[in-house]
Design a protein around this ligand. Structure first.
Ligand code: GLA
Length: 731
């Protein structure tokens, strides 16, 4: 059993294979956090110190003890109003405008299986026998009639603990939730670094590592999406933690809208890490009987460095967040029309692209933006999901059938949540766009955002999308979202403070309806590339377009950063034209292939018809190679063998869970003068074993190459790349 309660002491203990989490409902019925660390037994209450620190640390009235203050004690669900002046998870305002609550433990329940959340994505347990459990602890505030159900989901074999909170108004008067974060982790001592993942459009998720000092360090998004700028993943680690050593804790938000992740060091050098909904433009009214769910946060712990954090998260995201048949299947190698032709295509040119792709072994043609309504550029027609048959030279089915007839699957691009002012949809329903009456709306890419909190809007989109998907054999959809939300006003909402949250639930509702209706459809998430690369989207879309930046050099850094929290199987990665259209960099086709093959959504995004014969031969070789190694990219354990941001070579690897096979890729990033040899040093191979390297037909001893590595050719040019496919020699 993973979860246990001891009635005498009030201790709640959660065990996973390698970690233990403990809290206590103490004699005052406050829920204190005690420990989240290496697996251990016993009562850990001794970790908490009680002392009369200062009259400045308030004590609850009924406790009458100056050594007891919530301002000092480690909290499990920090709320505003009990004297804890650190950053709270929960802030409530009552019907009279007064802030403050007082949450105490009343009951709990332990049950088998992992909880689900109504209307929200959540980690799920896959099989009956994986030992998953749920611990539910209810706290109440008697004055407000407020009930907070804290949910803990445990996947013991994966070292994953999830948290969510259901905030209910069980009282007689309306209350307003001003802030509803999901989880905090209070550390009573330690010297830490914080790692966050920051960037911008076309340069997402660069790791940013900072010392944790006094005050608060936070990242988040107020954009209505998780954002290209900051990812909802945060790691706290020992100051000297490396890939393979030291303690680390991570939080990942299973939510695709605005968020806040914060690390605060308090007056006594204690550290609080927390994550949840942003409180900006948030003010959620609850009438008696209503509830609000604070979305799920995934926690994991490692005492073996950052690599294990990633392994735990990858296993969890791959098999317990991603769903549907494509979760476990090789994804089709695709050719996408965007960087091949932008808006400049027609049915004929796509047919020629499909012919060429078929010749090269590519498996799917994706018709990107520009196929619907009057969409000849990005100024118009979003919202008008009708096929431009004139441009395609006939019905959609004709094109899809042709593409199928040459042996390729067929997919399309959509951006359902958006509307152009110049569109029939907007002309008919201007009130369906989020915009503030009397204020000129702010445009992003010349488009407005549809009010996804409205069911009538979602129904219309569902009908329009089905109208397209039913027309032809469409096996893939790229679901895009290309701007931030600025004007938050829904014509139907009683309170505008709930709109951003209800928007995200509306998005999930529409995605779920599409998935239920088309269970075998592969959906790739996209948001100006990687603007919604989060666990929430992965629940609906098992792959996400990692970034609009397809330059192999920049992509290595983007994929490196992304790999801390997300499995390679979820990363869309394409080979594009050279020089790169975003930054003008020139990288050889072989290296572009090596880098794109690092993702589970491999493909091409360039005009194949313009390629010289030699390039076509290289592409045929890459397609063949991808088939040989794709199972390792999709299911192998991932190793960051160097940093493309700082090291002379970028190297990464994948090892089958049973150690029988591995793939290692390396790219020369930086060259200097004569002579320094660069070595690729794999990890994760079976100690004592010999491996056959398939491409060079060489036998290596695992211990030797994991110790001293394999040299790359001395004097290699920048972007020289190598792949090594190791197969263990058994018996
Ligand atoms: C976004 C996507 C691109 C492409 C364009 C089409 O920018 O990230 O891949 O689909 O939209 O307009």
């Amino acid at each position: 059993m993973s979860c246990a309660y001891d009635a005498e002491s009030g201790l709640f203990t959660i065990h996973t294979q390698n970690s233990t989490y403990q809290m206590v409902a103490d004699e005052h019925r406050y829920l204190l956090h005690l420990y989240y660390g290496a697996r251990t037994e016993g009562d850990l209450r001794y970790l908490v110190t009680y002392a009369d620190r200062s009259g400045m640390c308030a004590s609850p009235h009924d406790v009458q003890d100056r050594t007891y203050s919530l301002d000092v004690l480690p909290q499990e669900y920090a709320f505003q109003g009990g004297g804890d002046m650190r950053s709270p998870l929960l802030v409530v305002r009552d019907a009279h405008g007064t802030f403050g609550c007082d949450l105490r433990y009343v009951r709990h329940e332990i049950r088998d299986g992992k909880y689900a959340l109504k209307g929200l994505p959540a980690v799920y347990s896959d099989t009956e026998d994986d030992g998953a459990q749920t611990l539910s602890i209810t706290l109440t505030d008697a004055r407000l009639g407020l009930e907070v159900e804290l949910l803990y989901g445990v996947l013991p074999k994966l070292d994953i603990i999830t948290r969510a909170a259901i905030i209910k108004n069980a009282g007689a008067e309306k209350i307003v939730i001003k802030r509803a974060q999901t989880a905090c982790l209070d550390m009573v001592h330690g010297t830490f670094d914080a790692i966050t993942f920051c960037g911008r459009h076309a340069m997402e998720r660069r790791p940013s590592r900072r010392h944790v000092g006094h005050g608060s360090l936070s990242v988040g998004s107020r954009r209505g999406m998780s954002s290209n700028q900051y990812n909802p993943l945060m790691i706290l680690c020992d100051r000297d933690a490396t890939e393979t050593s030291g303690r680390a804790w991570s939080m990942s938000f299973v939510y695709s809208g605005g968020f806040l992740a914060e690390i605060e060091m308090d007056q006594f050098d204690q550290v609080r890490m927390q994550m949840g909904l942003t409180d900006e433009q948030f003010s959620y009214p609850l009438k008696p009987g209503e509830q609000l769910i604070a979305p799920e946060v995934i926690l994991t712990y490692s005492n073996a460095g950052l690599e294990r954090i990633s392994h735990n998260l990858h296993r969890c995201m791959r098999k317990h967040v991603c769903r549907g048949p494509w979760r476990d299947r090789p994804r089709p190698i695709l050719i996408n029309s965007w960087e091949a032709a932008y808006f400049d295509f027609n049915g004929d040119s796509l047919a020629r692209l499909a012919d060429k792709a078929a010749e090269l072994g590519i498996e799917m043609l994706v018709m990107d933006d520009g196929w619907f309504g009057e969409r000849k550029d990005d100024l118009r027609a979003l919202g008008d999901w009708t096929v431009n048959e004139q441009k395609l030279g006939g019905p959609l089915r004709q094109l899809a059938d042709y593409v199928n007839s040459v042996g390729l699957k067929f997919g399309i691009w959509v951006e359902p949540e958006m509307v152009s002012e110049d569109s029939d949809l907007f002309r008919a329903h201007p009130d369906w766009a989020l915009s503030i009456p009397g204020k000129d709306p702010v445009l992003g890419r010349d488009q407005l955002v549809l009010d996804m909190s409205r069911k009538d809007v979602r129904d219309n989109l569902f009908e329009q999308l089905c109208g397209i998907l039913d027309q032809a054999n469409i096996e893939y959809v790229k679901w895009d979202y290309n701007r931030s939300i600025v004007d938050v006003y829904s014509r139907l909402a009683e309170d505008q403070g709930r709109v951003l949250y209800d928007y995200v639930l509306g998005l999930y509702d529409l995605l779920e309806r599409i998935i239920q209706r088309y269970p075998t459809l592969l959906i790739e998430g996209c948001s100006a590339g990687g603007g919604r690369f989060d666990a929430g989207m992965l629940y609906y879309t098992p792959q996400i377009w990692t970034s609009d930046n397809t330059d192999a050099h920049d992509r290595m850094t983007i994929q490196y950063g992304t790999s801390f929290g997300y499995p390679c199987s979820s990363m869309g990665a394409h080979v594009s034209a050279c020089p790169n259209e975003i930054n003008g960099r020139e990288v050889p086709l072989s290296c572009r292939g090596t880098v794109a093959m690092a993702g589970g959504g491999f493909g091409y995004e360039l005009d194949l018809l313009e390629l010289p014969e030699r390039a076509c031969e290289i592409i045929k070789g890459q397609v063949k190679r991808y088939h040989e190694i794709e199972h390792l990219v999709r299911e192998g354990l991932y190793y960051r063998l160097s940093s493309p941001l700082t090291d002379a070579i970028a190297a990464w690897g994948y090892v089958a869970e049973d150690g029988s096979e591995a793939l290692v890729s390396a790219v020369v990033m930086n060259v200097e003068g004569y002579g320094v040899a660069n070595y690729v040093v794999p990890r994760g191979l079976t100690r004592g074993a010999l491996y056959h390297e398939e491409y060079s037909d060489t036998v290596y001893a695992a211990d030797a190459i994991m110790d001293m590595g394999i040299p790359l050719p001395v004097g290699s040019a920048p972007y020289m790349s190598r792949m090594y496919h190791f197969v263990r020699i058994d018996g």
